[in-house]
Design a protein around this ligand. Sequence first.
Ligand SMILES: [Zn+2]
Length: 60
Amino acid sequence: MSDERQCDLCGLDIGPRPFLLETPERQCRFCCEGCRGIYEMLHDIRQTPVQNLDEDKKDR
Ligand SMILES: [Zn+2]
């Protein structure tokens, strides 16, 4: 396969610094954070929950 670099959501060129998303099946690449977020919603993918860090701070 050639070195294709296309967004897994919209198919645009993802450029030199793609947004990556690890899924159970494979690693997806996106042209922007918006595309990655939409893909996450569509496939119900949950990455490391960053928001929980704030809740830890509130506890103190
Ligand atoms: Zn895209």
